[in-house]
Ligand binder design. Structure first.
Ligand code: AMP
Length: 216
């Protein structure tokens, strides 16, 4: 099973992708995480990527396709995949079709998380991530606690692109460039819409039901 997790920034894609990946044994490919790894390496490419991300713009399709191609190549025979934050425009959706066909795979379903703008902004501005284990929390909706997280609060950091100014351009780009992909997948009859304004567990339960029905 290969899944695309689709939705605006702050919809909770990363959180749901982690649960799905763990419970359905799917390998997660998050283009945002791949880009942040590249930034950490402090290469010339990483520096260029950081400028783009901190503006809230999309990184070029060539860079993204290259990163996804490399990871698919490295992880041949890995089994099922879950894509988080990719594709982000129609061009990338078509590139993904080509890449995945080369691996003799197909996309089983696209889970589209929808949520209103005010919630998105609150979620993004409250988001903290652990730089050690990668878990994501939210000051307002899912605060870190000792039972949920044992790396310690010193590892909890804000993302450099989670600012009020950047959020606006990220939402605008989502509406103009990413949202049109919905029709592409609707036509293929693999699109499932999920109300992502609910609690994390409720959203996951609906997703679990969909994925379990696809497995049988
Ligand atoms: P994310 O972690 O998915 O929220 O992505 C953080 C930022 O990385 C985005 O705002 C973009 O600047 C960049 N990014 C992530 N995935 C993509 C993609 N598929 N195409 C272009 N830019 C991306």
């Amino acid at each position: 099973m290969n899944i695309v997790l689709f939705g605006p920034p702050g919809a909770g894609k990363g959180t749901q992708a982690d649960s799905i990946s763990k419970n359905f044994n799917l390998f997660k490919i998050s283009t945002g995480d791949l880009l942040r790894q590249e930034i950490k390496k402090e290469t010339n490419l990483g520096k260029k990527i950081k400028i783009t991300i901190d503006k809230g713009s999309l990184v070029s399709d060539d860079i993204i396709t290259d990163l996804v191609f490399k990871i698919l190549n490295e992880k041949k025979n890995i089994g099922g995949l879950i894509f988080d934050g990719y594709p982000r425009n129609l061009n990338q959706a078509k590139d993904l079709d080509t890449l995945i066909k080369k691996e003799n795979k197909n996309i089983s379903c696209v889970l589209s998380l929808f949520v209103d703008k005010n919630t998105i902004i609150k979620r993004i501005l409250g988001r903290v991530a652990c730089s050690k284990c990668g878990l994501i929390f939210n000051k307002y909706f899912n605060p870190p606690s000792e039972t949920k997280h044992n790396c310690g609060s010193k590892f909890l950091t804000l993302r450099s692109d989670d600012t009020e100014k950047t959020v606006k351009s990220r939402i605008e780009i989502y509406e103009n460039e990413t949202l049109p992909i919905i029709d592409y997948y609707k036509d293929q009859k693999i699109l499932y819409k999920i109300d992502a304004s609910r609690e994390i567990n409720k959203i996951y339960e609906e997703i679990r039901g969909i994925l379990t029905s696809l497995e049988t």
